[in-house]
Design a protein around this ligand. Structure first.
Ligand SMILES: Cc1cc2nc3c(=O)[nH]c(=O)nc-3n(C[C@H](O)[C@H](O)[C@H](O)COP(=O)(O)OP(=O)(O)OC[C@H]3O[C@@H](n4cnc5c(N)ncnc54)[C@H](O)[C@@H]3O)c2cc1C
Length: 156
């Protein structure tokens, strides 16, 4: 396979003007009877200006609650009001979550872009393959994009 540099620097390494972050906050909770199933749907019954999504993801001894993804939002500090809102939205769908004990707030940036950038460019004498901008689906898309990167690199 030919040598090539693959750039997948996520949101930290991006300087392109068409890349935007979407701040995402997670609330980690513990509860006596955690739901074993994952769900994600709009909790449109809540008093919000617009329907917002709510989802939870069982992770062994705790459950991760999520519910925000706003475009061009670079905040990295947990927002306690939003955290309460996320718990409220999730509990509106799954009442067992209402009694949960919050153990941690976490914030991360989704490296968003109108389209994933997956292409080869030449940097001086070097081959370079860009692979970034997967937004909120980078884990799901990782296998397919990695396979595409390998195909590009394998081309002579
Ligand atoms: C709250 C939240 C929930 C999410 N939920 C999901 C989900 O349910 N399903 C899903 O598919 N995706 C989800 N995502 C999105 C997913 O996490 C991202 O799309 C994915 O992590 C992006 O991968 P990446 O490798 O492009 O970037 P990153 O994971 O950010 O990795 C980039 C790496 O490059 C390094 N780096 C940056 N600059 C340099 C440099 N100059 N030199 C060397 N290294 C550098 C960074 O330190 C980092 O380790 C979620 C994201 C957030 C924030």
């Amino acid at each position: 396979m030919a040598d090539a540099l693959v750039i997948g620097a996520g949101v930290i390494g991006l300087t392109s003007a068409i890349c935007l972050a979407e701040s995402g906050m997670e609330v980690r909770i513990r509860t006596a009877a955690p739901p074993q199933e994952t769900t994600s749907r709009a909790a449109s019954a809540m008093e919000e200006p617009a329907p917002r999504w709510a989802g939870w993801f069982p992770h062994g001894d705790h459950v991760v609650l999520g519910g925000c993804a706003d475009e061009d939002d670079w905040r990295l500090e947990p927002d306690p009001v939003l955290a309460e809102e996320i718990v409220r939205r999730c509990a509106a769908i799954e009442p067992r979550l209402a009694e949960a004990r919050v153990i941690e707030h976490r914030v991360g940036l989704r490296p968003a872009r109108p389209d994933v950038r997956l292409e080869e460019v030449t940097l001086g004498p070097s081959r370079c393959v860009h692979n970034y901008g997967h937004g909120g689906t980078g884990v799901a898309l990782a296998w397919g994009c990695a396979r595409d990167v390998c195909s590009i690199v394998a081309r002579a």
